[in-house]
Design a protein around this ligand. Structure first.
Ligand code: SF4
Ligand code: SF4
Length: 450
C-alpha cells in the first residue's frame, strides 16, 4: 500500500482496528523541560531494563563521579548502569520497583558537586558493530516506557531485511508530553540520530510517525525531514489520527506501513524497526559527548499535583522528591502512577526511585476518579470493538475466571498488549485488562507444569 503525500506530510497508509478516544490532557505541552537540582541521594536498582539484572562493580565507601560505570552484566540482554550523581556509595542493598519486584540496588550519597567522570569520551563509531557496542555502553533502554535494551533492538539479523525505520512520536497516552518537547527543543539531535541509524544500519526509509494533536511538533519535524542531507527524500513525516494506543509498536507498524506483525513475531520479522524519538535523540547526543544515560525527562502531572511540569531528573531520584519539586500535592491523591494512566503502574507510595524507562509521574485527585462499580457483562461487544489485537476480551475474562487453560489458549490472549482499551470502554466497569493478565498467568503456569 502506498502512502499519499498531502501538504508536505504523509497520511497513514492503513486503518488499524480498535482503539479508544481518550482525553489528551497535554497540560504541560508548552512547558520547557526544567532541570531538577541534584538530589541528596539516588538509589539505582540493578533491574532497570527487560532482561538480566546487572551486578554492582563498586563497593560501599567508593567515591564515584557522574557517568561512571557502577554495574554491568555479562549477559547480552542487559544494559549497564552508571552513577547519576557524584558522591559516595553508602549502601548496596535492595529496593522495591514500581511493579512490586524487589531489586538489588546501589545508593549514592551526593557530594553536592556533580563531578563528571574523567573517563567520559565520545565513542568512535564508523560501522554497525561499533554503533551497537557504543549504544550498549551508553546504558540506553527504550525511553518510551518499554525499557528494552536498545542495542539488542539495533542488532537485528541482516537476513531480516529491515527497510523501514519508524520513529515513534505518537505519545498517545494522556498527560505525557516529554516526546513532544524533544521534538520542539532538540529536533536537530533527532535528525542526527536518524541519519546515524539509517546509514550505519543500512535502512532505506524513515517514517517519523506523529499524532495530529501535535501541530507544532509536525512543523518542526517537517523541517528536519526536508533538510538538505536527505537528498533522496527517504525521511518522511506521517501524521496519524490521535487515537489510543496509536503508539503501540504493532499498531504503529500497521498504520505506517500497512504490514501486520504476526503473533509471536517482532517488527524486524516484517522489515521494520520502531524507535522512540527520545531514544534516537539520546543516541545522537551520546555519540557527540560520550555521556551515558544518567538522567531523563519526565512529565509530572495529574489533578493532585500543585505545579505540573516537565522535569529532567537524575536516574534514581526519589519519586517523592520529584513531586515535591513540582510543588507537592495540592489534594490527596487517590492514585499515583508511574507512566501514563492507560498502561502505567499504580504505585502504593512515593518512596521509589525514578527508573530509566519512567516517562511520567501522575497523581490523580479523588474528584477525577471515574467511579465504576463492577457489574455483569451486558454483552454489548464494545471491548471486542476497541481491541487493536482483534481479541474477544469478554470471552477471555470468562475463561480466566474459571481458570480454563485449554479454552484460554484458543483465544490467542498472548498477543494482548495490555493497552487497557477494553477496560476503558466497558460500560459495566469490568477490569478486563486484569483478567487478560490473569489469563496469561494461567497459561504460563500451565506451561510450567508440562
Ligand atoms: S488490553 Fe489486550 S484485550 Fe484489552 S484491548 Fe488491549 S490488547 Fe485488547
Ligand atoms: S464491554 Fe464489558 S459489558 Fe460489553 S461485552 Fe465487553 S465485558 Fe461485556
Amino acid at each position: 500500500m502506498k502512502a499519499k503525500k498531502s501538504g508536505g506530510v504523509l497520511k497513514a497508509v492503513a486503518r488499524t482496528h480498535g482503539g479508544v478516544g481518550v482525553a489528551h490532557n497535554k497540560n504541560t505541552a508548552e512547558m520547557e523541560v526544567e532541570r531538577m537540582p541534584a538530589p541528596a541521594q539516588v538509589i539505582l536498582p540493578m533491574q532497570q531494563h527487560i532482561g538480566v539484572p546487572c551486578s554492582p562493580i563498586v563497593k560501599v565507601g567508593d567515591m564515584v563521579a557522574v557517568g561512571q560505570l557502577i554495574a554491568d552484566s555479562e549477559k547480552y540482554v542487559s544494559a549497564p548502569i552508571h552513577a547519576s550523581i557524584s558522591g559516595k556509595i553508602t549502601k548496596i542493598g535492595e529496593t522495591p520497583l514500581p511493579n512490586g519486584v524487589i531489586s538489588q540496588s546501589i545508593t549514592i550519597e551526593s557530594d553536592g558537586e556533580m563531578r563528571p567522570f574523567e573517563g567520559i569520551t565520545p565513542p568512535t563509531v564508523t560501522n554497525r558493530e561499533e554503533l551497537i557496542k557504543a549504544v550498549r555502553a551508553s546504558g540506553l533502554v527504550g525511553l518510551g516506557g518499554a525499557g528494552f535494551p536498545t542495542h539488542v533492538k539495533l542488532n537485528f539479523p541482516p537476513d531480516k531485511n529491515v527497510d523501514t525505520l519508524i520513529i515513534n512520536v505518537a505519545e498517545c497516552e494522556p498527560y505525557i508530553t516529554v516526546d513532544y518537547r524533544e521534538c520542539i527543543d532538540n529536533s536537530w539531535d533527532i535528525l542526527s540520530g536518524i541519519f546515524t541509524l539509517k546509514e550505519l544500519l543500512g535502512i532505506k526509509n524513515v517514517i517519523i510517525a506523529v499524532e495530529d494533536n501535535k501541530p507544532a511538533a509536525i512543523k518542526e519535524l517537517r523541517k528536519i525531514a526536508d533538510n538538505s542531507n536527505d537528498t533522496d527524500d527517504t525521511v518522511k513525516v506521517m501524521v496519524l489520527k490521535s487515537r489510543y494506543p496509536q503508539g503501540a509498536e504493532k499498531v504503529l507498524v500497521q498504520a505506517t506501513t500497512g504490514r501486520r506483525v504476526p503473533p509471536g513475531k517482532l517488527p524486524a520479522d516484517i522489515g521494520c524497526m520502531v524507535m522512540n524519538v527520545a531514544s534516537v535523540a539520546f543516541i545522537a547526543r551520546y555519540l557527540k559527548t560520550g555521556k551515558p544515560l544518567v538522567s531523563r525527562s519526565l512529565t509530572v502531572d495529574g489533578s493532585a499535583i500543585a505545579n505540573p511540569k516537565n522535569v529532567r531528573v537524575a536516574i534514581g531520584t526519589n519519586v517523592g522528591d520529584v513531586i515535591d519539586f513540582c510543588g507537592g500535592f495540592k489534594e490527596d491523591p487517590y492514585k499515583i502512577i508511574t507512566g501514563g494512566p492507560m498502561m502505567g503502574l499504580a504505585i502504593i507510595g512515593t518512596d521509589l526511585p525514578v527508573l530509566k524507562q519512567n516517562n511520567a509521574i501522575l497523581a490523580l485527585a479523588e474528584k477525577t476518579r471515574r467511579v465504576k462499580r463492577e457489574m455483569d457483562c451486558i454483552r454489548c461487544g464494545r471491548c471486542a470493538n476497541v481491541c487493536p489485537m482483534d481479541l474477544m476480551p469478554t470471552l477471555i475474562a470468562r475463561f480466566a475466571k474459571v481458570k480454563d487453560a485449554e479454552k484460554i489458549k484458543q483465544t490467542g490472549v498472548t498477543v494482548c498488549m495490555e493497552c487497557g482499551s477494553c477496560s476503558y470502554a466497558c460500560p459495566s466497569g469490568i477490569p478486563l485488562v486484569q483478567y487478560m493478565r490473569l489469563a496469561k498467568t494461567i497459561l504460563a503456569e500451565e506451561g510450567g507444569k508440562k
